[in-house]
Write a protein that binds this ligand. Structure first.
Ligand SMILES: Nc1nc2c(c(=O)[nH]1)N[C@H]1C(S)=C(S)[C@@H](COP(=O)(O)O)O[C@H]1N2
Ligand SMILES: [Mo]
Length: 201
């Protein structure tokens, strides 16, 4: 999984500075899921913004893909200690989703929901300002089901468990509500540069 030589001695300072503590570079793209891969057809796919329990707006696949498209090239960091540099994504920025919904963030926290029942919490400020998107394409191709297709959250500056696959909605919450892994011992925020792997790190 890890490419020797690429991670060890001889790694350029430019590359080294992009690898958080305790991480090693990989050129593969490992798949990590808590359960089986849900098969979500684009014709059934729906994305809903909620404030607490209240749905505010939904988009079907065609409507969602008509929103402004953005490309991001970012380094990603998994808590299982692999990092991958310069990954290429395309999708819709959370900024553009909120603008389209005409919604000023009503709270400071969001909970992302996946079709598999997975949840993960992220502060609003980490999803806005061009920092996060709902990605529908990876490396120039439609996102594959194992990596979260049709669509996943991409929050590249936090550990990759925050990037919810098979996403079907974002929910504003009054408090920072721990999600699936955050309830099972993983850090509430998950900054790879501060090695916030486990609760209390
Ligand atoms: N819906 C959902 N999203 C998820 C997961 C999951 O089990 N279900 N696993 C998370 C974890 S722990 C990681 S490390 C990344 C892995 O993404 P990948 O399989 O594309 O590498 O997805 C995250 N998003
Ligand atoms: Mo993970």
């Amino acid at each position: 999984m890890t490419t020797r030589g690429f991670t060890g001695r001889g790694q350029s300072p430019e590359i080294k500075d992009r690898v958080p503590p305790g991480q090693s570079l990989t050129e593969d793209f490992p798949v990590l899921s808590a359960g089986p891969t849900p098969r979500v057809l684009t014709e059934d796919w729906k994305f809903t913004l909620k404030v607490g329990p209240k749905p505010v707006i939904s988009w079907n696949w065609d409507e969602f893909n008509a929103l402004p498209q953005t490309k991001l090239t970012r380094d990603i960091h998994c808590v299982t200690a692999w990092s991958k540099l310069d990954t290429h994504w395309q999708g819709v920025l959370i900024d553009d989703i909120l603008a389209e919904a005409n919604l000023e963030p009503p709270t400071d926290f969001l909970l992302a929901h996946g079709y598999d029942g997975y949840t993960t919490n992220v502060p609003v400020k980490d999803l806005t300002g061009g920092r996060a998107m709902i990605a529908t394409s990876y490396d120039g191709k439609p996102l594959t089901a194992d990596h979260g297709g049709p669509a996943r959250l991409l929050v590249p500056h936090l550990y990759f468990w925050k990037s919810a696959k098979w996403i079907n909605g974002l929910q504003f919450t009054a408090r920072d509500e721990p999600g699936f892994w955050e309830l099972r011992g993983y850090h509430i925020y998950g900054d790879p540069w501060r090695e916030q792997r486990y609760t209390g790190d």
